[in-house]
Design a protein around this ligand. Sequence first.
Ligand SMILES: C[S@@+](CC[C@H](N)C(=O)[O-])C[C@H]1O[C@@H](n2cnc3c(N)ncnc32)[C@H](O)[C@@H]1O
Length: 331
Amino acid sequence: MNDLRRLTNTILDTSATPIALQEALDELKDLLLSLTGIKGEGADHRNNINTEAGLAIGTEWAARCLDDTFRSVKFIRGVHQAISDRLSLEPGRPVELLYAGTGPFATLVFPLLARYKPEQLQLTLVEINDMSITALKRLFALSEYSGFVRTILHADCTKLELPNWETIDILLSETMQYALQREHQVPITQYLISKLRSDVVLIPQEISVGLAALSHLGGEGDWKLIPLSPLLTLSTAGFTSPVTTDGKTGTAEYPHELFLPARPEIGGVLVLTTDIHVYGTEHLGFNESGLTIAESIDVDGGGDTDRIFTWHYGYTPEPGIVWKWKPVANP
Ligand SMILES: C[S@@+](CC[C@H](N)C(=O)[O-])C[C@H]1O[C@@H](n2cnc3c(N)ncnc32)[C@H](O)[C@@H]1O
């Protein structure tokens, strides 16, 4: 636990440099690989699973999520804030945290075990992938960590059944890619939120997808992003669209229609952006992590003529925004 405590101190230290954070995460990954006994790479670890809800990434890819420095740091800090906030509400009762899609390491909560006692934190850990769950069980069988486990379940979180839904205080899930495409974040969150208490804390607290024009100004990391419209928001309020008055999201049959006036001066490419409010003071914005890079969807960011961007969020063959251009009707 001493090594873990030292690494956790660095990860939570807001004055730590990016290099110190990256080194701490590298060391944490080495520790987790040795504690779980998995090599973490190789063909048998690339065992993606496809369900009707989308893609559940294999053990190697899930382990590699740890390498996304700012993602991992900001999530771990956000989870720490959320647990501390909840503990201060009811100090005599352990915080019950449901982690949906843990990967092999339960990366986003594991370092925090160095900060709490089992009387303060109890974990319900759920993972669909059998190789990842085997590694996870091995990790949490160790005597230092086993006391934190309420239960470990090998299950699909979009169909999960729990006997104690009302006891869960925090729902943590990072099962996403940028623009909420391919993976299960939306169906997992929608399903679990419908089962949990209305005051459950969701991490990430809010994920927003928008439409923007993006130009590269020349130098490395030198981008100009011009937001055009918000599109979607995922939070405890559900999966909503800020562009409709009732918040309802469109469908293939009734898609959203967004009028975009010609703005050739903008140039660049048309992109989908992703912003994540992890929890409290922790946010991930444009290009700060692999989850918040822009997805380029059309060569033309501005447009020579007025146009209509028609879109909806689809679930098959895999989740993501489905869009097309519609010409503006002549008056
Ligand atoms: C992007 S990885 C993230 C792993 C880890 N939570 C982290 O943040 O480093 C997502 C994990 O969720 C699991 N997963 C995806 N969909 C799932 C589902 N419907 N039920 C249970 N686990 C799921 C995947 O197998 C994978 O291990």
